[in-house]
Design a protein around this ligand. Structure first.
Ligand SMILES: CC(C)(COP(=O)(O)OP(=O)(O)OC[C@H]1O[C@@H](n2cnc3c(N)ncnc32)[C@H](O)[C@@H]1OP(=O)(O)O)[C@@H](O)C(=O)NCCC(=O)NCCS
Length: 140
């Protein structure tokens, strides 16, 4: 199957972004909030099967040496076909000098390990909903 990658936010259906995040169990907000988050990101990638948005991801970055990945998601029916790898590789390639950090959804660490990410020993987070994040398994 051939998939189309797009690296800008033009003509994106933000409701679809929100619904996809909800479908895969990730934090989701109103469509305009996701629009703002993606438009304010350094690098974005959207993957299409013909006209259908099937996956996406974004990096916030200084564009020089540090970057963080967010909202990496692939529609359930398209998972396991190499699309997640394609999204990460596309973002990493566009910021070639950068270190990348992220926090994986609990249970998704192995996906990132397959792509050469390594667990951090000293990662720290100041979350808005700190106790929720502990309950969900993100923090100790
Ligand atoms: C995690 C996610 C983005 C992976 O996307 P995907 O398209 O299914 O992954 P790929 O097919 O590109 O897989 C790449 C490699 O990772 C492995 N992999 C993918 N998901 C995995 C998992 N949950 N556990 C272990 N390995 C996994 C694949 O087997 C493949 O290995 P290979 O190199 O041996 O072939 C996708 O499953 C998803 O959207 N999940 C729900 C949302 C989510 O949790 N996103 C991550 C937030 S941090």
């Amino acid at each position: 199957m051939d998939f189309i990658l797009k690296n800008d936010c033009l003509n994106i259906d933000w409701n679809c972004v929100s619904q996809t995040l909800r479908k895969v169990g990730m934090a989701n907000f109103a469509a305009d909030i996701h629009q703002k988050a993606f438009e304010n990101s350094h690098t974005v990638v959207f993957v299409f099967d013909e006209e259908k948005l099937i996956g996406f991801g974004r990096a916030i970055s200084d564009g020089v040496y540090q970057a963080a990945l967010y909202d990496i998601a692939v529609l359930p029916e398209y998972q396991g076909k190499g699309i997640g790898r394609m999204i990460i590789n596309n973002i990493v390639k566009s910021l070639p000098m950068c270190n990348f950090i992220l926090y994986a959804s609990p249970g998704k660490e192995k996906f990132y390990e397959r792509l050469n990410f390594r667990k951090m020993n000293t990662g720290m987070a100041l979350f808005q909903k700190a106790s929720d994040m502990t309950e969900k398994g993100f923090t100790v």
